[in-house]
Design a protein around this ligand. Structure first.
Ligand code: ADP
Length: 352
């Protein structure tokens, strides 16, 4: 049958060249000898060069102000790159990808694609600035409210009756939840700005874990949780960490294990070491994580539906922040879980 909707048409090389030149991505091609054999109009415009660069050796790119940056990224062997960011003259941000080109399994050269992400980056920055500004602006009034509620609850301004006390306690709890959210948002902003970790100091990891557990004693008793701390090494060497941040990761994992467990459940916290790493884990017999949600667990603001059903409070930021903290220390974080059976969260921290 004749196909009138998609008539077959093969474009000529000249027409293909026009199309490539009008692309809003920059393209640079190197031949097998790593000589620049093609640069489309968009890339010429970005770097302020013209056809005269054709034929230069990759190493000669250092003689052209814009192209120099691309050379430093590619290296003289032309590394394979996947969306590596490159800032040009503090004005433009490009995502650079590069890979070898093959024709009938013979390498014929290399293609470099330059995608302009300046607009996306500036929108992302505006979003981060907005979150940062709102969180900072909220923190001060929320802290004042906290102070005022504390003053009233401590009966410094007069005796309270039972219903006044209950009401103020509820108000204080809600206010503290808002303060915790503001703190988490400020952490997210810092992570996105890439300035998150404080000073790394040699620290006693076991003591951090014990301190966190101490703060949860009441909750553990209230929920009648069977709680165990298991140590496999006799002596855990001191490790270089940002203590406050690692404390918050340990706290987040233990807090989740408790919140997503039923009364009477079991939680096992363990600390192991191997040759290179300290390995920390928190295992619970709680609600578990549905299979279809497991890929999203470390994403910002993500919460599973079984978790929101059991526990309405939560913002889905804890694990996102924890992952960033652990990876910034050179460690790894992951989990194993089965819905209705329980979860085990693990992280490693390099010993050296
Ligand atoms: P939050 O607990 O405030 O929702 P987190 O980032 O700490 O935020 O966790 C994200 C989500 O991961 C939770 O909402 C829940 O769906 C899931 N999750 C985390 N820890 C556990 C756990 N121990 N058991 C079951 N689900 C968990």
């Amino acid at each position: 049958m004749k196909n009138d909707i998609f008539p077959k048409k093969i474009i000529s090389p000249d027409e293909a060249l026009v199309v490539i030149n009008y692309l809003s991505d920059g393209l640079i091609v190197f031949n097998e000898q790593k000589k620049l054999s093609f640069i489309n109009l968009f890339a010429q415009k970005i770097f302020g060069v013209d056809d005269r660069v054709l034929g230069i050796d990759i190493e000669e790119m250092v003689n052209f102000s814009g192209l120099k940056e691309v050379f430093f990224l590619l290296g003289k062997e032309i590394n394979e790159l996947n969306r590596k960011e490159l800032e040009i003259n503090k004005k433009m941000i490009l995502e650079v990808s590069s890979f070898p080109l093959f024709k009938e399994s013979r390498k014929i050269g290399y293609l470099v694609i330059l995608h302009d992400v300046t607009r996306e980056k500036s929108i992302e920055k505006m979003k981060t600035d907005f979150v940062s500004l709102s969180a900072h602006q909220l923190r001060t009034p929320l802290s004042s409210i906290n102070w005022a509620l504390d003053t009233l609850l401590k009966e410094r301004l007069g005796k309270l009756n039972e219903s006044q006390k209950t009401l103020l306690e509820q108000a204080k709890e809600s206010n503290q939840r808002m303060l915790a959210l503001v703190r988490d948002l400020l952490d997210v902003v810092k992570i996105e700005e890439g300035k998150y970790l404080g000073k790394l100091v040699p620290s006693d990891f076991l003591k951090i874990v014990q301190d966190v557990i101490k703060n949860y004693q009441e909750e553990i008793k209230k929920k009648e949780i069977k709680f165990q701390l298991q140590l496999t090494s006799n002596k855990i060497p001191k490790i270089n960490i940002d203590q406050e941040k690692i404390y918050s990761v340990v706290q987040n994992l233990i807090d989740n294990a408790l919140r997503y467990s039923f009364a009477g459940g079991m939680i096992i916290v363990s600390i192991n070491t191997d040759e290179n790493n300290l390995i920390f884990s928190v295992s619970d017999s709680g609600i578990g994580i549905p299979k279809e949600d497991q890929n999203n667990i470390f994403n910002k603001f993500f919460r599973s539906s079984n978790a929101t059903r059991l526990e309405t409070e939560g913002n889905g930021l804890g694990l996102f922040v924890s992952k960033n903290i652990i990876e910034a220390h050179g460690g790894k974080i992951w989990f194993e879980s089965e819905e209705n059976q329980g979860s085990t969260f693990y992280f490693t921290l390099p010993l050296k």
